[in-house]
Design a protein around this ligand. Structure first.
Ligand code: PRX
Length: 650
């Protein structure tokens, strides 16, 4: 908590520039407060009015049915997400650019207008239908950041196929688990993908995974890198063949507001990732409204969110939010430092990006690479900056404000989660006075509190647990196939008060501003990505040499946290550096490069309580090199402590 203590003493205040406020959707804090009050006092009217932002095929009978912890929003209504993202813009925005895409290889660019994107989605959706896929079927998407990834999502949405996007950095093992968990019928992938000039073997990973996935009938393969691939006749289809034989028209399916739109897997406190399920109406409304108000979107904006569609940020703020609002969204395929560390600023300059949304880990990397990279570029098109994924340290916030925003652009520090579907805590850029490091105030309809274990509000200055006290439209509906785990994980902690437990610690200051501390459970945040310690541990023990593993995070200057693994070996395995390297690579293969430990320490034993629980807190202290380790009174065997300290990687 000490970091947050320092942050709470942060005295700097940044009011929105007058010029910005005067043109904003919400131009003053009074207006925010009035709407926020209304959203809590009369949610029925508030959400009915807000829902007019979307096009509905049939209206709802009731705004909310709340049978805790299960909610249904816009009961009885029908709509289609792809119609909201495409068809409804065809009149006024047919020729407006929907997607400005930039490949990783320099000079590779594509633009798709709303009319073109609509046509491409219809054709691909028709092709999926020809393959026999039906409303409700699950489809996995494992692709690089190319326009076809967006086309695939929207084509699924058009037919009511439930997409499950799997980040292209995940391994074959990770694909297999996710595909099997939701019994996917078709996988959409590409031959390869570019990353820092190298080709990722995406089709190969799918082949290895799908060999153990009995539910998969079709694999659709886009040509991207021209890499040679193995071919499974009957199962595999080239993307171009799927669209060649398909009709150009594809009627959208009128879907229930509660029809599942997508599943997205995220890490929890056990080894098994959770399939977070989002539905159509509430999710789309949350994504659209926050895009409009948090990013203060105007029709002429060039909007760029640098996330990957493999994570929820890409779902809500590359695909569904901006397209539902008819925005021009920039998509970049590759790494921020390829070919040089100015690639992002080069893109901002050339595309005249006005709104830029990225992660603190990226900002810290830019700081390290040096100001000379952004200084080579004209960034004057920017008018608003955003961050997401982890707490932003005030130093990084100030750098972003000065070096990128030239002290002219408000910064929205947006707090949310895969589960929340859209941004829940955030400044509104034309209204909120910001403080570096604080996500500030809840968005409309979101009732937040910081409470102790007993559920009492802790009040200004004290630390506690962040809870949301009522349902909201874009909340997850369940964990796919596991209602019990859904209830246990998110709603059980405060019993019949039915509060959503976020898993995050937070503080509120005297002005009612929220300061997020980070996870309070066994979940790490590595470079803005969530990673369960149990997931990495189970990957490690799957290796023949490892008997027991305990994984913790240690603070990392760029990534926020880095993975440190303590491993106890089989008696005939030698604790060598070669084995450390092998184990790191092994975790990379089991989960993906993001999970690769920064450090492996071999230990005779890990510290346990007398009841046999691993004392992770002690390991954390040791991993971060703390002089003093915390309370050791419950430690079973004191000798392990000394041994662990000596185990440091050289
Ligand atoms: O700990 C919080 C942190 O990221 C977690 C959610 O991770 P994920 O579901 O992967 O979604 C990330 C992108 C929405 C949260 O529980 N987090 C996210 N945004 C912030 C944050 N922590 C502090 N400040 C933020 N702005």
């Amino acid at each position: 908590m000490s970091n947050i203590d320092t942050m709470l003493q942060e005295e700097r205040r940044f009011p929105p520039p007058t010029e910005f406020s005067s043109r904003s959707h919400i131009g003053s804090i009074e207006e925010y407060e009035r709407l926020y009050r209304q959203s809590l006092d009369d949610p029925e009217t508030f959400w009915s009015q807000m829902a007019e932002e979307l096009d509905w095929i049939e209206p709802w009978e009731k705004v909310l049915e709340w049978d805790p912890p299960f909610s249904r929003w816009f009961v009885g209504a029908k709509l289609n997400a792809s119609v909201n993202c495409l068809d409804r813009h065809l009149g006024s925005r047919s020729d407006k650019v929907a997607i400005r895409w930039e490949g990783e290889p320099p000079n590779e660019q594509r633009e798709l207008t709303y009319a073109e994107l609509h046509a491409a989605v219809c054709r691909f959706a028709a092709g999926l239908r020809e393959l026999g896929l039906e409303t409700g079927d699950r489809v996995a998407i494992y692709m690089p950041m190319v326009p076809e990834l967006v086309i695939a999502c929207l084509a699924c949405a058009r037919l009511g196929l439930v997409h499950s996007v799997i980040f292209a950095g995940f391994s074959a093992e990770a694909i297999k688990d996710r595909v099997n968990d939701s019994e996917v019928r078709a996988v959409i992938t590409s031959d390869g993908g570019w990353r820092r000039g190298k080709v990722l073997d995406l089709k190969g990973n799918v082949d290895r995974a799908v060999a153990d996935c009995p539910s998969v009938e079709h694999v659709i393969v886009l040509r991207r890198t021209g890499t040679e691939v193995d071919w499974n006749e009957g199962r595999d289809h080239w993307w171009n063949d799927v669209i060649r034989d398909a009709p150009a028209e594809c009627e959208p399916v009128a879907l229930d507001a509660e029809h599942p739109l997508f599943i997205l897997y995220t890490s929890g406190t056990t080894g098994k990732p959770k399939g977070i399920l989002h539905t159509t109406g509430g999710y789309l409304l949350g994504a659209a409204l926050t895009t409009k108000y948090v990013f203060d979107l105007r029709d002429e904006d060039i909007y760029w969110c640098t996330a990957d569609v493999g994570w929820v940020t890409g779902h809500s703020y590359i695909v569904y939010g901006p397209l539902a609002m008819g925005a021009t969204t920039v998509i970049y395929e590759g790494a921020p430092d390829y070919p040089e560390p100015d690639r992002f600023w080069d893109i901002v300059e050339r595309h005249k990006v006005t709104i830029f949304y990225t992660a603190p880990t990226a900002i810290r990397a830019f700081m390290k690479w040096g100001d000379e990279w952004p200084e080579q570029h004209d960034l004057s098109s920017l008018r608003l900056l955003g961050t997401v994924g982890e707490p932003i340290n005030p130093e990084a916030w100030m750098w972003y404000h000065r070096t990128i925003g030239k002290e002219q652009c408000p910064i929205v520090d947006t707090w949310w989660q895969t589960e929340t579907g859209s941004i829940l805590i955030t400044p509104l850029p034309g209204a909120t006075v910001t403080k570096p490091g604080s996500a500030t105030k809840p968005f409309f309809g979101i009732e937040t509190d910081v409470v102790d274990e007993a559920g009492e509000s802790v009040g200004p200055g004290a630390g506690g647990l962040l809870v949301i006290k009522r349902p909201w439209p874009s909340m997850l509906r369940t964990i796919y196939g596991d209602d019990d785990r859904y209830r246990d994980q998110y709603w059980a902690k405060y019993g019949d008060r039915n509060w959503y437990f976020t898993g995050d610690g937070a503080r509120i200051d005297e002005d009612g501003y929220l300061w997020i501390v980070g996870r309070v459970d066994d979940v790490l945040n590595v470079a803005g990505h969530r990673l369960g310690t149990a997931e990495v541990e189970s990957a490690l023990v799957a290796h023949d040499s490892v008997v027991e593993a305990a994984v913790v995070g240690r603070p990392d200057e760029i990534k926020g946290q880095a993975v440190v693994a303590f491993c106890t070996l089989e008696s005939d395995s030698k604790p060598t550096d070669a084995l450390k390297g092998e184990l790191k690579a092994f975790v990379g293969e089991q989960i993906g490069p993001i999970a690769r430990p920064a450090e492996i320490r071999f230990a005779e034993a890990v510290p346990k309580t007398r009841s046999g629980k691993i004392m992770r807190r002690l390991l954390k202290d040791i991993a971060s090199g703390a002089e003093e380790v915390g309370d050791t009174t419950t430690l079973e065997d004191y000798s392990v402590l000394a041994a662990l300290r000596e185990s440091e990687e050289g």
